[in-house]
Write a protein of this length. Structure first.
Length: 169
């Protein structure tokens, strides 16, 4: 609107001080170095958390680096960068759909055997190793209550069970 009249007349018409107009012009042409540095730090920590850190977590990470910043500012910076935090989904268990009546119940709930290496029992669980889920199989001797074998694998299959007993591949 400069071409339609004098600048101070236009500023007074809109209720804006002339100094405010010039300040805004100066900020528009010069990049905010401190804000750009904060954006890069937010992006760095967000990437380090593999996309799972929200604004509260990022504030804590930034404060550990001696950068004082508020949660809402971090949220605005995340929005500017298009960062959306996501949590890893729940683990999907494989359900046994077929009951096996052909396998006999030899133990018959007698969990206190007379001697060692008479009864073993085992179980498989999953462990997050930082990059993906791994499955841990452990076998215990019910008499000594000690682990007699264990193994880890990326799949909970028969090979994992064989490896954990020591009779595996």
């Amino acid at each position: 609107m400069r071409e339609h009249g004098r600048l101070n007349l236009i500023c007074s018409l809109f209720g804006v001080g002339l100094s405010s107009f010039y300040d805004r012009q100066k900020r528009r042409t010069q990049p905010d170095i401190k804000r750009l540095q904060l954006r890069s730090k937010v992006k760095e920590f967000f990437t380090k958390s593999r996309g799972s850190a929200g604004s509260r977590t990022l504030v804590g990470m930034l404060r550990d680096e001696a950068i004082e910043i508020g949660r809402f500012k971090v949220r605005r910076l995340m929005s500017e960068l298009g960062l959306i935090c996501k949590q890893p989904g729940p683990h999907a268990y494989k359900l046994a759909t077929i009951e096996r009546p052909d396998i006999p119940n030899v133990l018959n709930r007698e969990f206190e055997p007379d001697r060692a290496n008479q009864v073993w029992c085992g179980d498989i669980t999953y462990v997050w190793t930082g990059h993906r889920w791994h499955y841990l199989a452990a076998v215990l001797d019910l008499y000594t209550r000690r682990v007699v074998g264990w193994a880890m694998s990326v799949r909970p299959d028969a090979d994992l069970a064989r490896q954990s007993t020591g009779y595996g591949v």
